[in-house]
Design a protein around this ligand. Structure first.
Ligand SMILES: [Zn+2]
Length: 416
């Protein structure tokens, strides 16, 4: 293996970042995000971090083990999106998109010359199409709640037609700082220190304005005609869901995550079948972006100390210091990227998500809570605590006495 390239600050005088005009309409004037540390890129890189978010660490392992050549270049032939996500005015509004690269799915098209010259420029967004089979939705089709229309629901088996996209975060730091209402230098220092000093250029190269953070991204699932997403005259049903592996995949009954996600999908499918569009956005922000280790520690504290809606958020704050780190202010960027200006039905009760959308100038016409019958008994604690804290409901908001009466199962009630 060659000697690793130094961080740019080690030979500052040689570093002349390639121009990157965030918010430019013409992608060629905007310029590519260049982040490679190869000989060609190192002195013209204009971004901090690495492609692939957290997976850059696995790439490091693979190169260290000799499984992957350090100068491997992906072959992008035939990897282009099967549909066109049309350029929207929002793409060139630097106040609307700061947390993803709006041209991230088109790098091979717009920056082909640079790639052919040997620069390591990679897509940060990929779009594909797929069939899905979801047991709860198959059941709904079997019992007649959702019809087979041959388009969105392909057949009696319950195959769903969907277009989906994967989006890695690309942060324009001045825009992120402005959105979060913090000073950019202070933000850069905090990111540097809280990632164990992993990205020194956050401090040493304030002229590098773009950061690909080592965090998970988001997936979008589109039911119906994607071209109608930006049409304000076409109805749109949206769920913005934050990852909860325990419920989403493993069916834990302590929260409402999977039931609400599936309900959101059903509503999205029905909207698409009625001529509208349905959209699910799934963010990798496990356990309110506190992580699953923190989440399970909180579960233990809740179950040991008597699980009650009155103490629900305090338990999280005791362990994590805050009750939530999802920073929904950055969430609307994906909707801006898709050209969404209004949501007819928003299947979420979160006041934080709702307020972030409204602050971003996206109209929310109707908020749709999870139906009571879909709330698992042991998740009543979470649901009541959230409603009392400001989550949207079209029902009753519990008072403090009622909150302390809503209790979950203790460990002595678990089967072993
Ligand atoms: Zn959950």
């Amino acid at each position: 293996m060659e000697k690793p390239a130094p961080t740019t600050y080690a030979h500052d005088k040689d570093v002349h970042p390639s121009k990157l005009n965030w918010g430019e309409t013409d992608p060629c004037v905007r310029g590519p995000v260049i982040i490679g540390r190869d000989a060609l890129s190192i002195n013209i890189r204009n971004a901090i971090g690495a492609y692939g978010g957290p997976y850059s660490i696995y790439r490091g392992l693979a190169v260290a083990m000799g499984d992957l050549s350090h100068n491997h270049r992906p072959n992008f032939e035939n990897t282009q999106p099967p549909i066109e996500i049309k350029q929207q005015p929002q793409w060139s509004d630097p106040s609307k998109i700061v947390a993803l690269d709006p041209f991230g799915h088109l790098t091979n098209e717009y920056f082909k010359k640079e790639i052919d010259e040997g620069l390591d420029i990679r897509p940060t967004i990929a779009i594909t199409r797929a069939h899905m089979l979801v047991p709860e939705i198959q059941e709904e089709i079997r019992t007649g709640g959702i019809a087979v229309d041959g388009k969105v629901v392909v057949n009696e088996t319950g195959e769903l037609n969907v277009h989906k996209g994967a989006i890695d975060p690309v942060w324009y730091l001045p825009g992120v700082a402005a959105r979060l209402k913090v000073d950019e230098d202070f933000l850069r220092r905090s990111l540097f220190e809280n990632s164990g000093g992993m990205y020194p250029e956050l401090i040493t190269r304030p002229d590098l304005k773009v950061f690909l953070p080592p965090i998970g991204g988001a997936s979008v699932y589109i039911f119906g005609n994607h071209e109608l997403l930006s049409d304000p005259d076409v109805r749109l049903t949206v769920r913005v869901h934050d990852e909860c592996n325990g419920s989403d995949v493993f069916g834990s009954d302590i929260c409402t995550c999977r039931p609400y996600l599936i309900f959101g999908m059903k509503e999205a499918i029905k909207e698409a079948q009625n001529g509208g569009v349905g959209l699910i956005i799934y963010f990798r922000k496990e356990g309110r972006a506190l992580g699953e280790v923190t989440k399970y520690l909180v579960y233990n504290a809740r179950k040991r100390e008597g699980d009650s809606a009155a103490k629900y958020f305090a338990r999280t704050e005791n362990v994590a210091g805050v009750k939530d780190m999802r920073f929904q202010a950055l969430m609307p960027d994906i909707l801006h990227w898709l050209g969404v200006t209004k949501i007819d039905r928003f299947t979420s009760m979160s006041n934080m998500k709702h307020d972030a959308l409204v602050d971003a100038g996206i109209k929310v016409l109707e908020r749709v809570p999870i139906p009571d019958e879909l709330v698992p008994p042991d998740s009543k604690v979470e649901m009541e605590a959230k409603v009392a804290a400001g989550y949207y409901t079209n029902g009753h908001v519990p008072c403090p006495t009622e909150l302390s009466r809503t209790v979950g199962r203790g460990w002595d009630e678990f089967h072993h």
